[in-house]
Design a binder for this molecule. Structure first.
Ligand SMILES: C[S@@+](CC[C@H](N)C(=O)[O-])C[C@H]1O[C@@H](n2cnc3c(N)ncnc32)[C@H](O)[C@@H]1O
Length: 381
């Protein structure tokens, strides 16, 4: 073999007899000379090791011209084993270095490390690319901002990106999400066999409640009339119609954008004929559903307490089940359950129900340190 330095497929290689390959490989690893973009190639008696800097390697004391050569070998690029978050960092680093720009640790801290995916749209956290250093850079170079957002979209394999903001602290749980790549925030997706539709720029979707959505969707509600007092876009209404087979769901909702989404979701699942949407404040609208329901769902946080009595009034004379969502401190869960049952018993008296009992306690998720989002299922007869 003749010596020579070659550059194929963007990588140099050093060809080594297999009998000494592990020793040489270790020298290369120790010195940091391995080119990790390519795969080592088996040549029979020899192997080709991808390397970064032949000029330097040639001068090292272990380098032996007789036994080691640099060869023209076409090397196979390594399949990326990077996570999308690592890919974002490395691609943006390459772009900035190519533009002679500095990539600081603080800038890395403001790249997205988690996101929510809705088919081809990803929602990234509110602080993504939102720091002084990134803003200073983009104010001087607007095109760079577009290029970087496109790198993020490509790494997440989506065509649209939206950036999260705090959910509006209003009754409507309005979304503050802003589109960054792409214009429309409308998404359609399937979860546990149920189709959902929403515009992420208008309403929020609590993906953290997934286990509870699936649990509710696994309860057999055949023949039941259900009242969903805080339906939103149908997080629970649609699973109850599609999976639980409820006979009819009355969905109470204030927010016209959520009602629009629920209407579209019901159409997509072909369950509109078993759904009545009641627009308005449920403090008023629940009164029109008095004595109609086998089941009432109270899916609001931090507390649904102001609807407990209305929920009892919605139950049929034969009684039924109430699902109560609540944020509760971990060490106060059992006293909360006692308190809730005591209150419901008081409200139940005028309906002449004499059994109010807990049939299930579900710990849905941690809402904040020490605070759990829980759901209790209460049977009232
Ligand atoms: C948290 S969201 C729905 C959440 C869904 N149940 C979940 O846990 O993912 C609560 C919904 O209740 C609606 N809402 C809040 N107060 C209401 C009221 N007084 N009457 C009717 N709807 C109300 C909001 O507009 C919002 O869509």
């Amino acid at each position: 073999m003749t010596g020579g330095i070659n550059h194929q497929n963007g990588g140099f290689s050093i060809v080594v007899d297999k009998s000494i390959a592990s020793v040489i490989h270790q020298h290369l690893v120790d010195g940091g000379y391995i080119n990790n973009d390519y795969v080592i190639k088996d040549l029979g008696q020899h192997i080709a090791i991808p390397i970064t800097n032949p000029g330097v390697i040639r001068k090292l004391d272990w380098f032996d011209e007789e036994k080691l050569q640099f060869e023209t070998i076409i090397l196979e690029p390594k399949k990326s084993t990077n996570t999308p978050a690592q890919e974002i960092v490395s691609k943006i680093e390459k772009l900035l270095v190519a533009n002679s720009l500095i990539f600081t640790k603080e800038m890395v801290n403001f790249l997205p490390k988690k996101w929510e995916l809705f088919s081809d749209l990803a929602i990234v956290p509110s602080d993504s690319l939102d720091s002084k250093e990134w803003q200073d850079l983009f104010s001087k170079n607007e095109a760079l901002s577009e290029e970087i957002w496109q790198i993020i979209a490509d790494s997440l394999k989506v065509s649209r990106i939206a950036r999260q903001s705090e959910i509006a602290n209003d009754k409507l749980r309005s979304s503050q999400v802003k589109m960054i790549v792409g214009d429309s925030g409308e998404v359609e997706f399937v979860d546990y066999g149920v189709k959902f539709w929403l515009d992420v720029t208008k309403v929020m979707f609590s993906s953290g409640n997934v286990t509870e959505r699936h649990r509710i969707g696994s309860i057999d509600m055949t023949g039941e009339v259900v009242v969903d007092a805080f339906s939103g876009i149908g997080y629970y209404t649609l699973p109850m119609l599609v999976r639980s087979n409820a006979k009819h769901v009355y969905a109470c909702e204030l927010n016209p954008n959520s009602i629009d989404a629920l209407t579209k979701g019901a159409d997509l699942n072909a369950v509109s004929d078993r759904l009545t949407i009641i627009e308005g404040d449920n403090q008023i609208t629940l009164k029109s559903l008095s004595r109609m329901a086998d089941r009432v769902h109270l899916g609001i946080l931090p507390s649904s307490e102001n609807t407990w009595q209305l929920a009892i009034d919605c139950l049929k004379q034969s009684g039924g089940i109430i699902h109560i969502h609540m944020n509760v401190r971990e060490n106060e869960i059992s006293s909360f359950v006692d308190y809730c049952l005591k209150q419901l018993k008081q409200y139940a008296v005028h309906r002449e129900f004499n059994v109010v009992e807990l049939i299930h306690l579900e710990k849905v998720k941690w809402y904040a340190p020490h605070i759990r989002h829980i759901v209790i299922d209460v049977s009232v007869k």
